[in-house]
Design a protein around this ligand. Structure first.
Ligand SMILES: Cc1cc2nc3c(=O)[nH]c(=O)nc-3n(C[C@H](O)[C@H](O)[C@H](O)COP(=O)(O)OP(=O)(O)OC[C@H]3O[C@@H](n4cnc5c(N)ncnc54)[C@H](O)[C@@H]3O)c2cc1C
Length: 298
C-alpha cells in the first residue's frame, strides 16, 4: 500500500528540525532511517501530514570515543556501530548492531530512531540499559540529558515533547575486567526478538562480581532493567547457586504477553535461559576470552 500524501521538509540543521517540529505540531514526524516509520506509513498505521527529514543534517552519524565516554550521533546507523572501534571494545554493542534484521535495515536504521521509537521488542534499549547511558535531547527551549532508564516511559512512548528530538546518545565506557553479551532469540533474521537479554559485568580483583547490569527485552511494555537479578550477583562469588537466584529473579521480573511469537510461559522460560547464557558469555569476555554472542534463531 502507498502512504497517504504528506509534505516533505528537508532540515539543514538540528535547530531547523526542532523549529519545524514546533511550528508543525502533532501533524509532523521526524524521518531518520525510516525503517520503522515508513513501513507504518505504508500500512497506514501512521499518516503524518509532514515529514521532517534529518538525513541531510551534517555531522550527526558519528561514533566516537571521548575520554571515558562513547558518543553516538542520533543518525549513527546500526552498520556504523557494528563497524566501529567502540563496538570492538564493548562486545555487546557489536552483538546488537550486527544482528538487527538484515543488511538493508542495518545500513539505514539509526540508534536515535530506535530509542525514539521505543518498540518493546527493539534491541538497543535492552543493551544500553546495562550501561550508564544518557539520551541528549534538543528542542527550541534548549538541551537536556535524560538517563535512558527515564527516557522510555511506556510502549512506543518517550519523554520527548512534540518539538524535541534526540541529538546524541552518550554511554559510559566500562572499565577494565568488564565483559558483556546480548542474546536475542529470533524466529528469523528480519523479525523482532521473541525475547532478549543483555548482561554487562565488571569483575573485582578477587574475581567476585563487581558492577553488573542486566536487562530484558520483548517481555514487557518496555525493556526491563532486572534490578532484582543484579542484586543477587553484585559483590557475590559467581557460583551456580548465585547465578540460579539471578535467573529466577529475572524470570520473576519479566512480564511477557502471549502472542504470535509464543506463550507467556514459553517466553518466561526463554528469558531465564538467555540471561544464564548471556551471563556466562559476559563473564568469559570479562576474563579476556573471545566468545560469540548475538542473535540465536529458532
Ligand atoms: C524488517 C525489519 C526488521 C527489524 N528488526 C529489528 C530488530 O530485530 N531489532 C530492532 O531493534 N529493530 C528492528 N527493526 C527496526 C530498525 O532497527 C529501525 O532502524 C529502528 O527501529 C528505527 O530507526 P530508524 O532510524 O529507521 O527510525 P525511523 O523509522 O525514521 O523513525 C522511527 C521513529 O522515531 C522518530 N525519530 C527518528 N529519529 C529521531 C530522533 N533523532 N529524535 C526523535 N525522534 C526520532 C521518528 O519520528 C519515528 O517516530 C527492524 C526494521 C525492519 C524494517
Amino acid at each position: 500500500m502507498y502512504p497517504r500524501p504528506f509534505h516533505y521538509h528537508r532540515a539543514g540543521s538540528l535547530e531547523e528540525a526542532a523549529a519545524l517540529l514546533a511550528q508543525l505540531g502533532d501533524e509532523a514526524k521526524l524521518l531518520a532511517g525510516g525503517q520503522s516509520l515508513i513501513p507504518l506509513m505504508k500500512l497506514r498505521l501512521a499518516s503524518p501530514a509532514h515529514l521532517v527529514d534529518l538525513n541531510f543534517v551534517a555531522g550527526l552519524s558519528y561514533v566516537r570515543e571521548d575520554g571515558g565516554d562513547l558518543r553516538f550521533g542520533a543518525l549513527a546507523r546500526h552498520a556504523d556501530i557494528e563497524a566501529s572501534s567502540a563496538a570492538q571494545g564493548v562486545p555487546l554493542l557489536h552483538d546488537c548492531a550486527a544482528g538487527i534484521a538484515d543488511v538493508q535495515v542495518r545500513n539505514r536504521g539509526t540508534l536515535g530512531g530506535s530509542l525514539a521509537e521505543a518498540d518493546p521488542s527493539g534491541d538497543w534499549a535492552v543493551v544500553l540499559l546495562t550501561l550508564p547511558t544518557q539520551v541528549v535531547c534538543v528542542s527550541p527551549a534548549g538541551e537536556r540529558a535524560v538517563p535512558l532508564g527515564e527516557f522510555i516511559t511506556d510502549a512506543y512512548t518517550t519523554v520527548l515533547s512534540a518539538s524535541e528530538l534526540v541529538r546524541e546518545v552518550v554511554v559510559q565506557a566500562p572499565p577494565a575486567r568488564s565483559g558483556g553479551a546480548f542474546l536475542a532469540l529470533k524466529r528469523s533474521p528480519p523479525v523482532y526478538a521473541t525475547a532478549s537479554a543483555a548482561v554487562q559485568v565488571t569483575l573485582a580483583e578477587d574475581d567476585t562480581c563487581g558492577e553488573v547490569g542486566i536487562a530484558l527485552g520483548a517481555v514487557g511494555l518496555t525493556s526491563i532493567k532486572a534490578t532484582d537479578a543484579e542484586k543477587e550477583l553484585r559483590g557475590q562469588q559467581l557460583t551456580p547457586e548465585a547465578i540460579a537466584r539471578a535467573v529466577d529473579a529475572a524470570r520473576t521480573m519479566a512480564d511477557p504477553q502471549t502472542d504470535m511469537r509464543g506463550s507467556a510461559d514459553y517466553k518466561r522460560h526463554v528469558i531465564g535461559v538467555l540471561v544464564a547464557r548471556a551471563l556466562e558469555v559476559a563473564v568469559r569476555r570479562a576474563r579476556g576470552e573471545t566468545v560469540e554472542g548475538g542473535h540465536l534463531y529458532a
